[in-house]
Design a protein around this ligand. Structure first.
Ligand code: AQP
Length: 327
């Protein structure tokens, strides 16, 4: 029996190289070895204001880009969260078993509430319970995510352990799978804040569908510093972030990279980074353009994914419901 991997991504905007390097690239790598389930988590997306028409479009954009990045329906089940009703249903049961204090500690809620002071809704606060439900429904072994999701994963493990202890064995306890490198790609404009797809700041993120010219310009404007050496020094946040991006796109070792840039300036470094990103993203973009409007193909992949995983979710939900006495 293969171990099971589950992970999700919100269709809250255009996917960034942060999402790609921190999550999606690893999903592609893991899919042959593990029983893999990947989900476009559109119900999470409505915790922040979304235009309904755009949300629908962006959900399909995300499905197409995941396939273009290499998620292979032969190895992975891909589906849309709102298509399986047991996700919100289980999250209600979990809600009733998560102390307020535990939820109040979630830093992502604090960050997002600060960024959207006019829309601090209950769903945003409750996001981690729905995420726990997404993961626990599938008896997941491993959850490949970026570092920003570590705290939510910890909450998922706590609620599962508490539920199993109080009501009887129901959920597998999932382990986070966080890559050593790429787990936190920072904004190009501000290397102290995480690169995010929903940020509206100019020059903040490189999107997977950016043109070569856009990529070159954004990298050219990326924040560096006034030092002259090009080395992996985490205290020099801008240059460190750029070097990590180069490392992940080229698969070169840190020693090789530092040697490559001895006696070179930031101009050369930025040119090579842009070239490396463009050469990885070009075939992904080509494939995306080929499949994005093949609606029948996308629907077939999604139906096949949903049909495969729905019985797992229903069986877990039925068990949880019975254990708490809901029937
Ligand atoms: N900057 C990042 N570096 C590494 N990994 C990242 N991830 C997100 N940003 C980075 C990982 O991408 C996966 C999907 O993320 P998500 O869509 O579930 O939401 P998020 O973590 O809130 O990502 P964003 O891009 O910042 O979205 P918005 O702007 O909507 O909040 C996750 O595994 C995440 O860790």
């Amino acid at each position: 029996m293969k171990q099971r991997v589950f992970s999700g991504i919100q269709p809250t905007g255009k996917i960034t190289i942060g999402n790609y390097l921190g999550a999606v690239k690893n999903w592609v790598y893991l899919q042959e070895k593990y029983d893999s389930i990947f989900c476009v988590v559109n119900s999470h997306a409505i915790t922040t204001k979304q235009d309904p028409y755009l949300l629908r479009e962006q959900t399909y954009d995300m499905v197409a880009i995941l396939l273009a990045c290499g998620i292979d329906p032969k190895h992975s089940s891909l589906f849309i969260q709102s298509e399986i009703d047991t996700h919100p249903a289980l999250s209600w049961i979990l809600n009733c078993n998560i102390p307020m204090g535990e939820m109040e500690r979630m830093t992502q809620f604090k960050d997002k509430a600060q960024k959207n002071p006019k829309n601090i809704n209950v769903g945003l606060f409750d996001y981690p319970a729905l995420m726990a439900s997404d993961i626990l429904l599938y008896q997941t072994d491993l959850v490949p995510v970026g570092e920003d999701q570590k705290q939510h994963l910890e909450l998922t493990r706590n609620v599962a352990q508490r539920f199993n202890r109080d009501f009887g064995e129901c959920f597998k306890i999932p382990e986070p799978l966080i890559a050593k490198s790429g787990a936190r790609i920072m904004g190009l404009d501000d290397p102290t804040s995480k690169m995010s797809k929903s940020s509206t700041a100019q020059n903040h993120a490189i999107f997977l569908l950016d043109t070569p010219k856009e990529i070159e310009q954004k990298i050219k404007k990326a924040t560096t510093d006034s030092h002259s050496s090009i080395v992996f020094d985490p205290d020099r946040k801008g240059v460190y972030n750029l070097l990590c991006i180069y490392e992940l796109f080229t698969q070169k070792s840190r020693e090789e990279i530092e040697t490559e840039f001895i006696d070179q300036g930031y101009g050369v470094l930025k040119k090579r980074i842009a070239e490396a990103i463009i050469s990885t993203l070009s075939p992904i973009q080509e494939e995306y353009l080929k499949i994005r409007h093949q609606i029948d193909y996308l629907a077939e992949v999604l139906n096949q994914g949903r049909e495969k995983v729905q019985p797992i979710a229903e069986s877990t939900y039925k068990k949880a419901k019975e254990l708490v006495g809901l029937i």
